[in-house]
Each structure stands twice: as C-alpha cells, then as structure tokens.
Design a protein around this ligand. Sequence first.
Ligand code: ADP
Ligand code: MG
Length: 353
Amino acid sequence: GGVPNEAMIKPINKSVVHRICSGQVILDLSSAVKELVENSLDAGATSIEISLKDFGEESFKIIDNGCGISPNNFKVLALKHHTSKIADFPDLQSLTTFGFRGEALSSLCALGKLTVETRTKHESVASHLTFDHSGLLTCEKKTARPIGTTVTVEKLFSTLPVRGKEFSRNIRREYGKLVSLLNAYALIAKGVRIVCTNTTGKNTKSVVIKTQGSNSMKDNIITVLGNNIFTCLEPLSISISDSCEVEGFLSKPGQGSGRNLGYKQFFFVNGRPVDMPKVSKLVNELYKTSSSKQYPIMVMNFIVPTRAYDVNVTPDKRKIFFSDEGSLMRSLRESIEKIYSPSHCSYSTNKVE
Ligand code: ADP
Ligand code: MG
C-alpha cells in the first residue's frame, strides 16, 4: 500500500541518505577506481598501481607514491564534503585538480569497506587506517610503507543489495569499462607510470596495463594501443579559437578501423578524460568523406582556460559543459574538414597497408 499524503514529513535517517547519495557518485567499478586514480594524480604521484582481485569484484587497491596524507587529516579524511582542494565557490573557476567535492572517499566508505595506508615525507612510519560506513575513522595503527598512499576498497556495493547483485553479475563488463578508462589515463598522463594487475581465484596474477611513465603522448600511444595503430595516426595540433587548442592524434584517411571501436576514441579536457559524444560523432562523420566505411581512432586533448567550462555537471564528472559549445563545434568542424578534405595534400595518399 502507498503512504497517505497526510503522513508526517520527516527527515530520512542520515546514514540512509549517505548511502543513497553515494550510489550516485560511484556508479560502477570504473567510476570508483577513477576517483582513486585521480586522487593519486592530484597527490603528484609518478607511479600508480591498480591491483584488482577477481576483476574488482572482491577488492581493488590503488597504490601511489604521491605526497601522502598528513595525520592531522586522518579523522576528517573520509567525511563527506571534506577536501583539501577547494574551500569556496570561486575556487571552482580556477580548478586545476581532478577532485574538488570531497565525495569519493566518503562515498566509497558508504558502499564498501575502505582502508588507507599512508605516509608523508614528514613521518618515519606509515599509518594504517580503517573507516566505517559513515566515514568515521575506526582504527589507526602503525605500519611500514614508503611515502605515498594505498587505498583499498573491499566488496564494493555490498551495502546496496540490488546494485551489489548486478555488480557481480556484470563484473566482466565493468572490468572492460575500467580497462578502457585506465587506458585513457595511460595515454594522457605524462611522466606517470601506470600499472594495472588482476588476480583471480587461484592467485594467478596477470598484468593488464603497464606503461613506463613516458613524457610523450607518442610513446604512450605505442605502449597502450600498439605500434601498428600508431603508424596509422597523424599528429593533430589545431587552434580552434583564441583560447582553445586541440592536441592529439587522429587516423590518417583510409587507415581507420573497420568497426566502430568506441574504446579507441579518447577525449580529454585539459588532461581530464571525459565523454564527448558530439565531437566523436562530428569527426566520425567528417572522416567518412575520405574513408566511407571506416571510423577514425581519436586521441584529442582540448586545452581551454578553466573558466571556459564546467565539469560539475554530473556526479562522475565525465560530462563537460562548455560556455560556448556552439562556436567551439563550428570551429572544430572547419579545422577537421580541412584535414580530411580530399584536396588537402599532406593527406592525399590513400594507401592501404
Ligand atoms: P577530493 O578529491 O574531491 O578532495 P576525496 O574524497 O577524493 O575528495 O579525497 C579527500 C581528500 O583526501 C583529498 O582532498 C586529499 O586531501 C586526500 N587524499 C585522498 N586520496 C589521496 C591520495 N592518494 N594521496 C594524498 N591525499 C589523498
Ligand atoms: Mg578525489
């Protein structure tokens, strides 16, 4: 039966609210790991290791060599909306960090079991911290660890019965999505070594991704996508307005993929991996004028002033809101059209290899 309209309006129990909201910040395995990898990048790590157990279903662990977390912050570390990155609204306009809402660790606490090991350069010994589902620090002890942070999440979504079941059922798909997201970071992160391993049932550990932490996107593309793919790409460097440049790589005409390999299209805004379905559609369409049955591989980083866009559109920060999207898309179309127009000489070779 329904609740009659005359029923008293009462606040929902705080811990229930926390759990409900957390499920909106952390949608799946890849958004959980994404938050932790971004925390490591924000902490200045040059090495990030992602270690999955049973494709992430059992647990996942992110080990970095970043700045570590100061003991002063242990108690508030996993509290909702506690962050070291912004303090006031105007700070959002000049955001240079991936994180800013102080929601990730708090949400992960609500959805699974969070433990943190960390050490800054000021400590001679590391700390091992455990948190409860409301984000309160429940246990703190000393441990050995180099400078940096390890965050472990066990049994993600075990506190949401329906999502938990779906999570286990779809774990391979969740894992696939995570691998393509990690590929995006491996392509864009300069000077950061990224390693991802997966350990299944009988302790067989396999390496999923391994980069060297090179400073060039070219090297990263060769490591992540392979040399064969790299030789089919042309560097892209266009200025589409006074304040927007696009850098990256695009398939040469006639050398795209036969199928729409969505996971071989990577978009970034100032190095932040994002979804850009409109750009993908536009470039796919323009590419067809030169190679009718193919889809281009795209690695495109939009370099724009931080005041020109808003990442705070969806909880997972994958959607970007540009202040002048219309003119940006028009200029992009013009630039890409030139690249793929049949008359453009540097692209006139339609060789098939
Ligand atoms: P946000 O990233 O939005 O600040 P998080 O919940 O992801 O919120 O993290 C909360 C705070 O914990 C961060 O602001 C940062 O100070 C600290 N922190 C989290 N992960 C790390 C890490 N790997 N290394 C150093 N500090 C971290
Ligand atoms: Mg964060």
